[in-house]
Design a protein. Structure first.
Length: 181
């Protein structure tokens, strides 16, 4: 028959069992903290892909990352935002990051579905780069401190219904993105 500790409502354990339980609880706490720490930030472009992202890859999944170029990739949630992360198959360096998650909002409140003006004040079209079927310009880029720190995200735009405007369809970083050329 087990004795019950009335103060806490827990079974009274022998000293050896008690020590093992405390050790297991401590170990679970430390492991849990380590797992959460991995999930808190989006990896940087050029950094090594993490084992967690590698495990999230479905079979031989590859994503288009440039014209006629595909890299291994995976989709993974970080702080409740879904990101697609691609990497070089040989070096395992991250080459591409993308999100079209509507919960991702930049520091200046850019978000998927928002509109951006593609003309300057005089009505002249802004310099934009074509990338993966999107329009990208440094004018519509920003950071998002809570998920990715000071990393710059470029709004991926499609021409909008209104002349001179683009609609944000996502945010991208890529080593293949060439701005100002």
């Amino acid at each position: 028959m087990k004795r019950i500790n009335l103060r806490f409502g827990l079974p009274v354990l022998t000293r050896a069992r008690d020590e093992r339980c405390l050790f297991c609880l401590l170990l679970l706490t430390l492991v849990g903290r380590g797992a959460r720490a991995q999930d808190t930030n989006v990896p940087a472009l050029g950094s090594q892909v993490s084992p967690r992202v590698l495990k999230a890859r479905l079979h031989a999944q590859e994503c288009p990352t440039d014209i006629n170029h595909r890299d291994p990739c995976a989709s993974i949630k970080i702080k409740n935002v879904l990101f697609t992360i691609a990497w070089d198959k040989d070096t395992k360096a991250i080459t591409y990051l993308f999100t079209d998650d509507r919960t991702f909002v930049t520091n200046s409140e850019l978000s998927v579905g928002g509109e951006c003006r593609l003309l300057d004040e005089g009505g002249t079209p802004e310099d934009v780069a074509q990338y993966m079927g999107w329009l990208v310009t440094p004018k519509w880029s920003d950071t998002e401190d809570a998920v990715s720190g000071k990393t710059i995200w470029y709004a991926a735009l499609r021409r909008g219904a209104k002349t001179g405007y683009g609609t944000i369809v996502g945010f991208v970083q890529s080593r293949y993105l060439k701005l100002g050329q």
